[in-house]
Write a protein of this length. Structure first.
Length: 100
C-alpha cells in the first residue's frame, strides 16, 4: 500500500513539474508606420518633388486634385484618373507610399 501511495505522489509531482514551464517572450521586430489623421490642406504646387514624381511614375494618368499634409511630413493625396475613377493615397516626404 505504501508503494501505491508513493507512486501516486511521484506521478503527481512529475505532472505538475511540466505544467510550470515558462513560455518564451515574443520578440517583435516589425517597423510600423503610423499615419496621423490631422491633415491640413496645402496647395498641390507645395508638394515635394519626390511625391509628385512618385505619382507620375505609379499613376501616369492621374491628376492630383487635392493635397494635405500633417505634422510628420506625411501627405494625403486625392487623385483622379482619366477614366473618371478617383481615390486617396498616402505618401511620406521621400515619395514612399504609406498603406492605410
Amino acid at each position: 500500500m505504501k508503494n501505491l501511495v508513493f507512486a501516486t505522489v511521484l506521478a503527481f509531482v512529475g505532472v505538475t513539474s511540466y505544467a510550470n514551464v515558462d513560455s518564451p517572450e515574443l520578440e517583435i521586430d516589425v517597423a510600423t508606420v503610423i499615419v496621423a489623421q490631422d491633415f491640413e490642406e496645402i496647395s498641390v504646387s507645395d508638394l515635394p518633388t519626390a511625391v509628385t514624381s512618385a505619382v507620375a511614375e505609379n499613376y501616369p494618368t492621374a491628376k492630383i486634385d487635392k493635397a494635405y499634409k500633417n505634422e510628420t511630413d506625411q501627405y494625403k493625396l486625392e487623385l483622379s484618373l482619366e477614366d473618371g475613377t478617383s481615390g486617396t493615397v498616402y505618401a511620406d516626404a521621400e515619395g514612399n507610399w504609406i498603406e492605410m
